[in-house]
Design a protein around this ligand. Structure first.
Ligand SMILES: *Cc1c(COP(=O)(O)O)cnc(C)c1O
Length: 366
């Protein structure tokens, strides 16, 4: 039995003593930001680890999303999913663009390519899909549509750190992919994010945009922002990257244990398993179906009463927030809505013990 709270996620922290030597290096160098030693280290290390060509680090994923749209000079309307974290749509709004929500696929909960074409208008210039729970979008179908209508594709890959497909990194698809390194994500730098860029020219432009638009000391080429990652965050990232495989492996064991223990629980459905190496086990979503004795919200509360903090993620839909209503009234997001009403993300993080997983399952079974 457990007596401490079980949170939905907890950051994976490398040994504090190890971080102290990194801090000492920062103190010695007196370089705290603006592409210092650790910033460069982390960019190089991430390119190698993720198997991508170029990466530009950011202070967080949301500023990275906003900057990605700026970098490609997106105008007019952007097709996106209502089944995501609100920052996806906010980044579109912060560029003065119009989000066009399109329903998701019932298997993957990702943007349904079959519904994208009907949402394209003469104003559409981009698609912003999300690799929800780190599960790959139908990248080929999306690219085909983008090519046909000459649209840019910017992936919100905040959940997809380290995810691969048959040919390599999932992050190489589309025009740009955006990562989040927030404390709750699989790989974190306390706060942080990145844009994966296909070529050096794009990286340079993005590097300039995140640094106020400076090209050199005396030349400002665009209305840039301050999206730079600091040396402290970058150093933590370099250290954390040493432990990431271990952290993902532990998540994988928890994922497997949940699947085993939930196999015969009536009314609880897990999402399909993904091949090893092609998932990061960032979340453990379950569907609480009508055959389960109580509703999703009652189960959520029951877990909470036992000090287990699951998360209704994503609920509500972005399109159901009052401020987004004007972009969604009259449209049908029934697949996304069904998921939002049934989904519950169970606790999963590298330090979650097998006993705690069993305790969660006992409550679900009781
Ligand atoms: C976490 C997250 C973001 C925002 O990232 P921050 O680093 O917190 O700004 C954007 N989109 C999705 C899908 C996310 O999960």
């Amino acid at each position: 039995m457990t007596n401490k709270p079980i949170y939905v996620t907890q950051p994976f922290l490398p040994p504090l003593e190890e971080f102290e030597s990194y801090l000492r290096e920062i103190w010695d160098s007196k370089i705290l930001s603006n592409s210092g030693y650790f910033h460069q280290q982390l960019e190089n290390a991430l390119c190698e680890y993720l198997g991508v060509e170029y990466i530009s680090l950011f202070s967080n994923g949301t500023i990275a999303l906003i900057t990605a749209l700026q970098a490609l000079q997106i105008k007019g309307e952007v097709i996106t999913t209502p089944y995501s974290f609100v920052a996806t749509a906010h980044s579109i709004m912060w560029n003065g663009l119009k989000p066009i929500f399109v329903d998701v696929d019932s298997e993957t909960l990702n943007l349904d390519p079959a519904r994208i074409e009907a949402a394209i208008s003469s104003q559409t210039t981009a698609i912003m899909p999300v690799h929800c729970y780190g599960r790959a979008c139908d990248v080929n179908a999306i690219q085909q549509i983008a090519d046909k209508y000459n649209l840019k594709v910017i992936y919100d890959a905040a959940h997809a750190f380290g995810v691969k497909d048959d040919d390599g990194s999932l992050l190489r698809h589309g025009d740009l992919s955006v990562l989040s390194f927030h404390a709750t994500k699989v790989f974190n730098t306390f706060e942080g994010g990145a844009i994966v860029c296909p070529d050096v020219k794009t990286k340079q432009r993005i590097d300039q945009l995140k640094n106020f638009g400076f090209q050199d000391d005396v030349t400002v080429i665009d209305f840039g922002i301050n999206g730079k990652m600091s040396e402290i965050n970058a150093a933590f990232g370099v250290l954390q990257l040493k432990y990431i495989d271990q952290a993902v492996a532990r998540r994988r064991n928890i994922d497997a244990l949940y699947r085993e223990l939930l196999k015969n629980v009536k009314g609880i459905r897990c999402m399909p398993e993904v091949d090893v190496g092609m998932a990061n086990y960032s979340y453990f979503p379950i569907f609480v179906e009508s055959e389960y004795p109580v509703s999703r919200d009652e189960l959520f509360q029951k877990l909470k009463d036992n000090d287990i903090y699951s998360r209704r993620y994503f609920y509500p839909l972005i399109s159901d927030y009052e401020i987004y209503r004007e972009f969604s009234s009259g449209y049908d997001f029934s697949v996304a809505l069904n998921a939002a009403n049934k989904i519950l993300c169970l606790p999963i993080y590298p330090d979650l013990s097998a006993q705690d997983v069993k305790f969660v399952i006992n409550i679900i079974n009781s």
